[in-house]
Ligand binder design. Structure first.
Ligand code: UTP
Length: 291
């Protein structure tokens, strides 16, 4: 089976839910604690040894490129001052081999993925949406590793899924599920953000995928609907051909493209930080008394 060596991170959305900060600061540079969200996502790839990362950005996102590049003066200064730990932190992002590609017009997720086509061609690729963080604790298998393992075992495209309930069903793409073996689920239907009554199951599609080499070509040849192309249309075709699987994941998902999800991520990462967890816990306990 062909190994997965490339990853695409679409991060070119307008981020309108975060205006006004996203007027001048690209959404992927919003930080959870002290790290931009895009760095957390790139770091998920370390678990699978994928080094070639294609980040799709909106025009004017040079600051993201800067974040993944060298900071000579700063690094030199930290070394001279003997601040080796901070030096290591400052150069962490340089380990990735990142290609930046601009999505000139924000015409949707599928349009963003297609911008990476010249770099992916007909190879399988991991797809990680730029505004979801998937956090695995020590001992848990990171979501993207799980998906790469399933792809490399079966040769079929695989999407990450989680169970959702009540009205939340309508917030996500939804899959109909068939047999399950060793946590690998057969997908037998797919609908985009269904009403609660039209949902096929409680399984929602989340922003992590490993897609086979034929997917880029299929996206390229897709006929637009309402002047837009949709990844769901390709996934739908794969489903009908029995070529799509789903898998649950270990760990926790944070939707940092949403205000509450973003605050939740900051609070939970603060509670996991050696530096400020005690202070944060104390503060939350005090605060809760008055709520
Ligand atoms: P969203 O649906 O969250 O859209 O995109 P958005 O523009 O980022 O944010 P809002 O809704 O205006 O606040 C889901 C993912 O797809 C990427 C986004 O960057 C995000 O990671 N995306 C979306 C693109 O790369 N290009 C697009 O044209 C649209």
């Amino acid at each position: 089976m062909q190994k997965v060596t490339k990853a695409v991170i679409p991060a070119a959305g307008l981020g309108t839910r975060f205006l006004p900060i996203t007027k001048a600061v690209p959404k992927p540079m919003l930080s959870v604690l002290d790290k931009p969200t895009i760095q957390y996502i790139a770091e998920e790839l370390l678990s699978v040894g994928i080094e070639d990362v294609i980040i799709v950005v909106s025009p004017g996102s040079d600051v993201i490129e800067k974040h993944f590049g060298r900071a000579d003066a700063l690094e030199q200064r930290l070394l001279e001052d003997g601040k080796t730990k901070l030096y290591e932190i400052a150069k962490q992002t340089r380990r990735f081999n990142v290609t930046f590609v601009e999505q000139k017009v924000a015409n949707g997720l599928a349009g963003a993925i297609l911008c990476a086509e010249p770099y992916v061609g007909d190879q399988p690729f991991a797809l990680l949406l730029g505004d979801e963080l998937l956090h695995a604790e020590n001992g848990q298998t990171p979501c993207i590793k799980r998906l790469v393992d399933v792809y490399e075992k079966t040769g079929k495209s695989v999407i990450a899924t989680m169970e959702v309930f009540g009205d939340d069903v309508s917030k996500y793409g939804n899959v109909g599920v068939g047999d399950e073996t060793d946590g690998i689920i057969t997908v037998n239907g797919i609908v985009e953000k269904p009403s609660v009554n039209d949902a096929l199951s409680n399984y929602a599609i989340i922003g992590r995928y490993v897609l086979s080499g034929e997917v880029m070509g299929r996206l390229k040849n897709l006929k637009p609907r309402n002047n837009e192309i949709y990844l769901t249309d390709v996934l739908d075709d794969l489903t009908r051909e029995n070529k799509l699987l789903a898998s649950c994941f270990e760990g926790e998902r944070f939707d940092v493209g949403d205000k509450f999800g973003y605050i939740r991520a900051n609070v939970e990462f603060a509670l996991r930080s050696d530096e400020i967890k005690e202070q944060t816990a104390q503060y939350i306990k005090e605060l809760a008394k008055g709520l």
